[in-house]
Design a protein around this ligand. Structure first.
Ligand SMILES: NC(=O)c1ccc[n+]([C@@H]2O[C@H](COP(=O)([O-])OP(=O)(O)OC[C@H]3O[C@@H](n4cnc5c(N)ncnc54)[C@H](OP(=O)(O)O)[C@@H]3O)[C@@H](O)[C@H]2O)c1
Length: 311
């Protein structure tokens, strides 16, 4: 059965979401600050809303997909109680305090709020490779779940609206670390004559092989024990890390991506953990951790073991 849904924000991602809903047979109402970006969707069957208020009035489920939460706040500045009873699904990338602020404001107007993180690029939307994280109002997720499933696999993480946003940032951190490492590796290989394409048959299987270390790292992080059955101790690894930074400099390659990795390794070495695995290098700083717990602002606390400096 055709269901009504409004999409606010028609950039690369919002357009992909809207296309997928239209193709799934939903009645899509679309709004974008720059109205011309809606033209192709209207030609495909979408209804154009002239104002945000019109987009809100048109559907019970509203999807927001904008650059950032400043844009979300601007776009929803005047909505007031017109949004009461609606389900707002905000798929904009943001920070925990931003999520809490908009969730509280919309709840105050009587809306149901779901935050989300899209783990896909626009062409992946609607394919089995896409997945989307959601958290917030459980009943709203239950009611809108069928429509949202058109985007890809849905993962509902829980009632706290920040769960999806922080998990999104966590997954993106893993991606940016991987891509940054790949770019640095490709520049190093390029300095001795490999094109990026020639280097792929080496780097792809290497990264795939290294991924198999993640379950062991996860166990060490959760237990806080980085010293059992050590295979690749940090002292040994820090030699390679420092060699990468020094060699990059001598080859005229900016070591900016690797320098923080060297700094973290040296800090951990100086703290006496040279014979541990490298899995203990990134931890919430005690002072930051304490401040975060006191503010109660940024979602679930770390399950890190051991004493805290001040809490
Ligand atoms: N593209 C991806 O690969 C990807 C992947 C996963 C998640 N996402 C997330 O999806 C969201 C949108 O990304 P995108 O790729 O669609 O970005 P985009 O192509 O740059 O589009 C940005 C959208 O935000 C709107 N916008 C920006 N500032 C605004 C304001 N002050 N008031 C009203 N509208 C405003 C733009 O409207 P105008 O057209 O008027 O400028 C446009 O609709 C982001 O949070 C991003 O993290 C994107």
């Amino acid at each position: 059965m055709s269901k009504s849904i409004s999409i606010i924000g028609l950039g690369a991602m919002g357009t992909a979401l809207a296309k997928t809903l239209i193709d799934a047979g939903d009645t899509a109402t679309v709004w974008n600050r720059t109205s011309a970006r809606a033209d192709a969707l209207v030609a495909r069957g979408a209804r154009r809303a002239a104002t945000v208020a019109e987009a809100i009035a048109a559907s019970d489920v509203l999807i927001l997909c904008l650059t950032d939460y400043a844009a979300v706040e601007t776009t929803l500045a005047d909505v007031g109680t017109a949004i009461a009873g609606k389900t707002v699904v905000n798929l904009t990338n943001g920070r925990p305090h931003e999520v809490r602020a908009i969730a509280a404001r919309l709840a105050g107007y009587g809306a149901r709020y779901l935050d989300g993180g899209i783990m896909a690029t626009p062409p992946m939307i609607g394919t089995p490779h896409a997945f989307v994280l959601y958290s917030g109002d459980r009943a709203a997720f239950g009611d809108a779940g069928e429509q949202l499933a058109a985007f890809g696999q849905s993962h509902y993480l829980g009632e706290d609206p920040v769960l999806a946003a922080v998990s999104d940032l966590a997954l993106l951190s893993a991606m940016y670390g991987l891509f940054g490492g790949y770019l640095h590796a490709t520049a190093l290989a390029g300095s001795v004559g490999f094109t990026a394409k020639q280097f792929l048959p080496l780097v792809e299987p290497w990264l795939a092989a290294m991924m198999t270390a993640l379950p062991d790292y996860a166990e060490r992080i959760d237990s806080g024990d980085h010293s059992r059955d050590v295979m690749s101790n940090l002292s040994m690894q820090s030699v390679a890390i420092t060699n990468i930074v020094a060699a990059s400099r001598s080859l005229g390659i900016d070591p900016a991506f690797m320098e923080p990795i060297e700094r973290l390794a040296k800090k951990r070495l100086a703290a006496g953990f040279g014979s541990d695995e490298a899995s203990g290098q990134v931890r919430a700083d005690d002072a930051l951790q304490c401040a975060a717990s006191k503010q109660q602002a940024d979602g679930p606390r770390s399950k890190r073991r051991g004493p805290s400096a001040c809490c």
